[in-house]
Ligand binder design. Structure first.
Ligand code: S3P
Length: 176
């Protein structure tokens, strides 16, 4: 089966705006939207922090990989991923076959301000979540860079502006 897709796949740190931009892209393109966090949450019938608390991160990561495997290959879609999706090479291989992989970037302070608003990120339940974000960003930036077809700086852009940039890039560069 030819698995080369025409989907738009959003990757990046928590707080990068993947979920909101994904919804904007869904509205603008009319494509279906799949969100791996939502898929995992539905599977367990639990919110993400509860999955981490009851089952641990490894079980969450396995479910995340399973969710990617369940994404439709023949249908173009907007795919929103959790921030840690790039931690497994196998996940990235699968995502790249779906279509254009877009890294939503922001500096550590912006990510922290946005990600700490809802208090629903289990990985930020640390003594110093600002440092944790900075460390995670440092560790993961090379992985996002390697996985992405292109990146968009979201720090000073609204969600709609980020969606504009993505759609323009896809059209002008024929990325998908
Ligand atoms: C995680 C990010 C979260 C969620 C989980 C782990 C991470 O998704 O998948 O809490 O490892 O960065 P968001 O990026 O949507 O916050």
């Amino acid at each position: 089966m030819d698995r080369s897709g025409k989907s738009i796949v959003l990757i990046g740190m928590m707080g990068a705006g993947k979920s909101s931009v994904g919804r904007r892209l869904q509205g603008r393109t009319g494509l279906a939207r799949f969100d791996t966090d939502e898929m995992v949450s539905t599977k367990f019938g639990l919110a993400i922090p509860e999955i981490f608390a009851r089952h641990g991160e490894e079980v969450f990561r396995d479910a995340e990989t399973e969710a990617i495997g369940e994404l439709p290959w023949t249908q173009s879609a907007v795919v929103v991923t959790g921030g840690g999706i790039v931690l497994r090479d196998a996940n990235v291989d699968l995502l790249k076959r779906l279509g254009a992989v877009v890294w939503l970037e922001a500096d550590a302070d912006t990510l922290f301000e946005r990600a700490s608003r809802r208090g629903n990120r289990p990985l930020l339940k640390t003594e110093n979540p600002r440092d944790t974000i900075a460390t995670l960003l440092q560790e993961r930036a090379p992985l996002y860079a390697k996985a992405a077809d292109f990146r968009v700086d979201t720090s000073k852009r609204t969600h709609d502006e980020v969606a504009d940039v993505i759609l323009e890039a896809i059209e002008s560069r024929s990325v998908i």
